[in-house]
Write a protein of this length. Structure first.
Length: 357
């Protein structure tokens, strides 16, 4: 397992991280607490050092489980969590978004509660969870800097949602000096806004790192969702329109060459190649796939050491992306992409429209 630094914070993360939303909810399959703890520990044994959770996952359950799993290994773990959703005073309605709260009193209480559940007196990376750009005021940034100065957090990040708001928010994370990382959905099939943030980092000379989540595009790039798969209502991936998967299966066939490297360095699976493509960008510090079992852990943690994407493969993928992987029909996702009512999307020249909800 290789490691990279978050910005210039001095905080190192494993190239493959553990996204702990999977152990706090039943959105990715049911498991007991003991099974969840064992899965986190199995990932640590496989070389993962970066564990990324959030207080809203299972309304504290994920943090509690992670805290138990790393209790005797805290010093070897780069621990990240997220705050900003007020689940304490609001019920969860399915997968719907909860109200956000970023006033100083709430944030202080949220951090204390997270530290208590995680059974630690500091976190290595604290992220604001899907905060809108106008909510991250100078006062909020001052509070985050205060915690960093006190050693309660070692690095700061901004975790972005897929359809709640992202472009202006990610650009702000790159612009503001306080933030060391921006976390976003980023994969071969969903390259915006990740590509945009990387371009912004390069153009501005920022040292902000990108943390890539959903690297397998909700089951397409690891082929866990196939034409024969039946997604249950509770499965988080079922929110995708059917056109997304239908066009996605066509796209998968166009990138099969990634399973057959054009060099003699070894072999890799499509799911490993998808992670390697993300790691081909120096700005990407860590990739957090959604592990569901030991087989996933064994295969995807090994992606740090399989052959990298060659220059020829990268260029070929660039051409395919520019042609929408030679798929000439709608994937049904435009209505789910939004940010600041779409104004910043239009200003960036991206062909997306604001969501209707």
């Amino acid at each position: 397992m290789q490691h990279r630094e978050l910005g210039t914070s001095g905080v190192e993360v494993s190239e493959i991280g553990f996204g702990a939303w999977v152990v706090g909810t039943d959105w990715w399959g049911d498991r007991s607490d003991d099974q969840a703890v064992s899965m986190v520990r199995e990932a640590l044994d496989a070389g993962v050092t970066y564990v990324d959770t959030g207080d809203v996952y299972g309304h504290g359950d994920s943090e509690r489980i992670v805290g138990e799993a790393i209790a005797d290994r805290r010093e070897e773990v780069t621990l990240a969590t997220k705050i900003g959703y007020d689940f304490y005073d609001n019920p969860q309605a399915g997968h719907g978004e909860l109200p956000k709260e970023l006033n100083e009193e709430y944030l202080r209480e949220a951090l204390e509660s997270s530290l208590d559940r995680l059974d630690t007196d500091y976190v290595d990376l604290l992220q604001l969870h899907n905060a809108n750009v106008d909510e991250v005021t100078p006062e909020v940034r001052d509070l985050l800097s205060e915690w960093k100065a006190e050693g309660r957090v070692r690095a700061l990040g901004w975790a972005l949602g897929p359809s709640i708001g992202w472009l202006a928010e990610g650009d702000a994370a790159v612009e503001y000096d306080e933030f060391d990382a921006v976390q976003t959905v980023f994969n071969l099939f969903e390259q915006e806004p990740g590509r945009h943030f990387i371009d912004t980092v390069r153009e501005t000379g920022s040292d902000t790192s990108v943390i890539a989540r959903v690297p397998h595009s909700s089951g397409l790039l690891n082929e866990q969702v196939t034409p024969d798969t039946v997604l249950e209502d509770g499965d988080h991936r079922s929110h995708r329109p059917k056109e997304w998967y239908e066009t996605g299966w066509e796209k998968v066939e166009s990138i099969r060459f990634l399973e057959e490297p054009d060099h003699a360095a070894g072999t890799r699976t499509l799911s490993q190649a998808s992670i390697r493509w993300l790691l081909a960008h120096d700005e990407v510090a860590s990739v957090t796939p959604t592990f569901r079992d030991g087989d996933d852990i064994a295969e995807w943690t090994a992606a740090s050491d399989v052959p990298p994407i060659s220059e020829a493969e990268y260029d070929r993928l660039e051409g395919l992306y520019a042609r929408n992987f030679d798929v000439d029909r709608d994937d049904g996702m435009d209505a789910l992409r939004t940010s600041v009512d779409g104004e910043d999307i239009a200003a960036a020249g991206l062909d997306k429209r604001a969501a209707s909800y």
